[in-house]
Design a protein around this ligand. Sequence first.
Ligand SMILES: CC(C)(COP(=O)(O)OP(=O)(O)OC[C@H]1O[C@@H](n2cnc3c(N)ncnc32)[C@H](O)[C@@H]1OP(=O)(O)O)[C@@H](O)C(=O)NCCC(=O)NCCS
Length: 179
Amino acid sequence: MEKPGKPSSVSHAIMSELVLPNDTNGLGNLMGGRLLHWMDICASISSQRHAGCVCVTASVDRVEFHSPILQSEIVTIRSQVNRAFRTSMEIEIVVDAENPRTGNKRRCNHAFYTFVAIGQDGSPTPVPALIPETDDEKERYEKADRRRQFRLFMSGRLDPDGVQDMQEFLLSIKDAQSF
Ligand SMILES: CC(C)(COP(=O)(O)OP(=O)(O)OC[C@H]1O[C@@H](n2cnc3c(N)ncnc32)[C@H](O)[C@@H]1OP(=O)(O)O)[C@@H](O)C(=O)NCCC(=O)NCCS
């Protein structure tokens, strides 16, 4: 039986971390791998709030580290499910760093993760549809389909012969990367 849809807001997750010495590299900046770990946890919470079961990371789209995050800064990670497909979900994550002395905040990272819901038998299981409510959620929902096609194309799961106009396809992907 098909599961009832869930609003995007159910999947929203926010977590904050303080950058401690053990989280840093030789320059005293947050290690990239530690940040990816925190992002994975936040995305996992979003996926499980939506799916209502254990979910695993299937893929992570390109992540760029534009701005170093310093020791003693506060890192805040926000995530939400943009769209649910059959057993997979696109999760969008944004990362902000905050200087606790000045209160200044800056956007440091942004990424899309794909999680897959796993059923009792250990194999992928269908997830509820996602119901976007706000204009922002509706835009993210629309663009998620193009991004999914691109990641399936890049992972070899989408046959390039099935893409009629490659230039149009790539341009639409570029548009879908904006946030
Ligand atoms: C992710 C995983 C469950 C997919 O299993 P599978 O046998 O390929 O299952 P399916 O072919 O039925 O695909 C399941 C879903 O995953 C999606 N998927 C699989 N690989 C993907 C990829 N590289 N990028 C995006 N989505 C992917 C499929 O599109 C499908 O989505 P849909 O049902 O919404 O259409 C499996 O590869 C796995 O268990 N990987 C390890 C996960 C893990 O341990 N993560 C932590 C890293 S240590």
